[in-house]
Design a binder for this molecule. Structure first.
Ligand SMILES: Cc1cc2nc3c(=O)[nH]c(=O)nc-3n(C[C@H](O)[C@H](O)[C@H](O)COP(=O)(O)OP(=O)(O)OC[C@H]3O[C@@H](n4cnc5c(N)ncnc54)[C@H](O)[C@@H]3O)c2cc1C
Length: 467
């Protein structure tokens, strides 16, 4: 929008939340749209590649599975790979993960990104230092004409029509604007505080509400191209490998564990020596009922937050921006239809991701703490209950509109949690047993051979950084 002038009001005194180190593959489309060079971005943010998430101890302690951004073959009918794998039931085949290229790459600590997007059988995202990423984007934005105003907003007086008139800063300056994008983090200064938009609370399904975050030195182990999420007594711990350090955090439910014990449990998870004091963050799961009200659009934490289990927050920021770009017509007052479409789309996206995150918890067999017992018996949102029913009864991976995660992702969690349909699809028998077994062996072996020939994640990353 070359005709628009964009001003950013930001306060060094307040700073940014500064956590949020794991992302979702759509970030690559966002970077492409902005013309960001991958090597430059990785160098600026101590970034690494991410092929998915390894979940440990979620169904039972001692078990692990991988949620990949890759292809795991057909999903229904006689060509359903998971269906044939279960029908063949050959122990010699190994785990279902062995049929998925990026899952094997992650397990073996290997990475490469060759060929075109269309040819590649997997997608990937990044890990990075969130503080450095914010600085990187700021520099990019300023270079393209965004004017940054340092200052603390103390008031946002409303106009007669209910919208925001201007922003009043602590030193008395006033910043005028037509459209205000509220990026004020958990404070939600404009949408939450000034416009008093109601918060829709998801706490009854997603009870985690605090996190200790602490970086550590990198251990001598190989640089995993994946995030690790380990289920603990009253929450879970993240482990995010960056090129210079490892990011750690313990996300927990304060109704099941106190802060000190949660901190202690985090420190037991660290890879190496801590390189900062653990920092406590408080949050609530949910979103503002509407995201765009009058002339205010909230993006990021000011609009809502879902716990970071699937690294969806930065994705939601970028998804919101993408929608806004499509619906804004500079110089025109946005029609009611555009505002409604934005609000409906964002609300649904939050609900779909909420359901996907609950899926990780509700399928647990753990009963070793009150949180896990409550998670296994909670009443589910109707939308999720229907999906579980469709999967159990018919092996169908039902998708609604505005899904953040595709059917392959849903399959990864069902499979990882050992949750399978009650009946096999009879059309699986259209393929002779021997042919199915041969195809599965061939795929597993081809993947193993391809991965063995790949560089390690660290070697590949270093080659990109040297560009
Ligand atoms: C524990 C935790 C883990 C997370 N992990 C992930 C993850 O792995 N992946 C992911 O995608 N996301 C993650 N997130 C979310 C992610 O951190 C945020 O979505 C992302 O950083 C964007 O934050 P934001 O810009 O909305 O808010 P902030 O970073 O808080 O920025 C708010 C801005 O508003 C300014 N501001 C606030 N008040 C005022 C004022 N009065 N005057 C002037 N300026 C003001 C601040 O200075 C700051 O610049 C995590 C969040 C938490 C809490």
């Amino acid at each position: 929008f070359p005709a628009c002038s964009v001003q950013l009001v930001e306060s060094e005194e307040i700073g940014i939340v500064g956590v949020g180190e794991a992302t979702f593959p759509s970030i690559r489309h966002f970077h492409k749209l902005l013309g960001i060079d991958e090597a430059e971005f990785l160098r600026a943010t101590n970034g690494t590649y991410k092929l998915g998430i390894e979940f440990r101890d979620w169904r039972e302690r001692g078990e692990r599975y991988f949620h990949t951004f890759g292809d795991i073959g057909g999903l229904s009918g006689p060509r359903s790979l998971w269906g044939q794998y279960r029908r063949v039931g050959d122990a010699g085949l190994g785990a279902l993960d062995a049929q998925c290229l990026p899952s094997v790459m992650a397990r073996e600590g290997r990475f490469m990104s060759a060929g075109s997007e269309e040819e590649r059988q997997f997608n990937y995202a990044y890990h990075f230092d969130a503080v450095l990423y914010a600085a990187f984007l700021r520099k990019l934005a300023e270079g393209r004409g965004v004017r940054r105003i340092e200052g603390r907003i103390v008031q946002a007086p409303r106009r007669a029509d209910g919208g925001i008139g201007n922003l009043v800063l602590a030193d008395g300056r006033a910043v005028e604007g037509d459209l205000f994008v509220d990026c004020s983090g958990f404070a939600s200064l404009l949408l939450g505080r000034a416009l008093e938009e109601r918060f829709v609370d998801f706490g009854r399904w997603l009870p985690v509400d605090r996190a200790w975050a602490c970086p550590s030195e990198r251990s001598g182990t190989a640089l995993m191209p994946a995030t690790r999420c380990t289920a603990l007594e009253a929450g879970w711990a993240w482990r995010i490998p960056l090129s210079n350090r490892t990011g750690h955090g313990h996300v927990f439910a304060s109704r099941y564990i106190d802060d000190d014990k949660a901190r202690e449990q985090l420190l037991q998870q660290l890879d190496g020596a801590p390189i900062a004091e653990p920092r406590l963050l408080r949050f609530a799961a949910g979103h503002r009922e509407r995201f765009w009200v009058h002339n205010v659009v909230a993006l990021g934490l000011s609009s809502g937050f879902l716990e970071p289990l699937e690294s969806t927050s930065i994705f939601l920021v970028q998804s919101g921006l993408g929608r806004l770009i499509e619906l804004l017509m500079p110089g025109e007052r946005p029609p009611k239809e555009a505002v409604d479409a934005y609000n409906t789309g964002m609300r649904r996206q939050f609900e779909r991701i909420r359901d996907f995150i609950i899926l990780h918890y509700c399928l647990t067999s753990r009963s070793d703490s009150q949180m896990w017992r409550d998670m296994a018996s909670m009443e589910l949102p109707e939308t999720l209950a229907f999906k579980l029913h469709a999967w159990r009864e018919a092996g169908a991976l039902h998708q609604y509109d505005e899904e953040g995660f595709d059917a392959t992702s849903w399959l990864a969690i069902h499979a990882g949690m050992g949750h399978w349909p009650q009946r096999a699809d009879p059309s699986l028998l259209d393929l002779p047993h021997e042919d199915a077994l041969r195809a599965l062996r061939f795929r597993r072996d081809s993947i193993a051979a391809a991965v063995a020939a790949m560089p390690t994640h660290e070697a590949y990353l270093n080659s990109v950084l040297a560009r």
